[in-house]
Design a protein around this ligand. Structure first.
Ligand code: F3S
Length: 281
């Protein structure tokens, strides 16, 4: 059996870096906290808990007396790092560098007097974090209607950024609507293409194999999307959470199997599945 594993399967660069940061801090010892779950994967969070890492909420900060607080890849508003340090705790910032770049743009441009507009989902922690780096209140726009209703003072300079995971086509549409309003706009396309690359690679592999395995959480929307894309290319596509769910009953005509995984699937699960398929078929 030939197995093709997608290079982009599983954690993106920023999440991998953040998870590794937590394990490195565990090695150093002391009380370790993560500001929110480091990743939406129960197995990883449980493993870290067993190693003494606690997940905290913003309201827990005030009661902590010592230790290290790790900021996850989504990033946080600027004042959060300040509060952590004021409390006498160590702040280890594992914000993804691509998100950090947005913070820097927003901080500098708002300081220069520009109105910050973030194209993104207002309830998402990444967007809340970005808002917290603007010197003046930022505006978040998610829909065409919001873009059409935008009402800034005439002549105001605007700096427009995007949430890293926002859909590129939708971003372009919203930018065009805002541009037509005649403002003086500088646009920073801050979309990260990790998700798109994962989807494109999954599609390509699924089109070349006889069976495809997609690994990820049942509640993970990006994994569901991967499954949908693969299923369109390869009828023999299965969706599993871990190796335990794998019930392969391949027809004899299956010679090549492809494997991909959603953004919050740890590497060891992908490896397990890959080794199993290689050895048993
Ligand atoms: Fe991941 Fe960073 Fe992109 S967290 S999705 S590599 S912005």
């Amino acid at each position: 059996m030939e197995v093709i594993l997608a290079k982009s399967a599983g954690f993106c660069f920023g999440v991998k870096r953040a998870v590794e940061t937590v394990y490195q801090q565990v090695e150093k010892g002391g009380h370790i906290y993560t500001y929110g779950p480091i990743i939406h994967n129960e197995a990883v969070v449980r493993d870290l808990e067993e190693k003494g890492v606690s997940v905290i909420k913003d309201t827990d900060l005030d009661r902590l007396e010592d230790g290290t607080v790790i900021i996850r890849s989504h990033g946080v508003p600027r004042e959060v790092c300040g509060r952590i340090e004021k409390q006498g705790l160590t702040c280890v910032d594992a914000t993804c560098p691509f998100v950090k770049r947005i913070h820097t743009i927003v901080e500098q441009e708002s300081r220069a007097g520009k109105q910050i507009i973030i194209i993104g989902n207002p309830g998402h922690p990444e967007v809340e974090g970005i808002m917290g780096w603007s010197e003046t209140p930022a505006i978040v726009i998610e829909s065409e209607k919001e873009a059409q209703n935008l009402d800034c003072p005439p002549g105001k300079d605007i700096c427009l950024v995007s949430q890293t995971t926002f859909n590129y086509n939708k971003f372009q549409e919203l930018v065009e609507i805002i541009q037509k309003k005649g403002y003086n706009i500088s646009v920073a396309n801050t979309i990260c293409n990790a998700t798109e690359e994962r989807q494109a690679e999954a599609k390509l592999i699924a089109s070349q194999v006889d069976a495809m395995i997609v690994i990820g959480g049942t509640h993970s929307s990006n994994t569901a999307k991967l499954y949908e894309i693969c299923r369109r290319e390869c009828e023999n596509t299965c969706f599993i959470q871990t190796l335990d769910d794998l019930q392969l009953d391949f027809p004899e005509s299956v010679f090549r199997v492809g494997i991909t995984a959603g953004a919050s699937t740890p590497n060891y699960i992908i490896e397990e599945v890959q080794n199993y398929v290689r050895v048993n078929f």
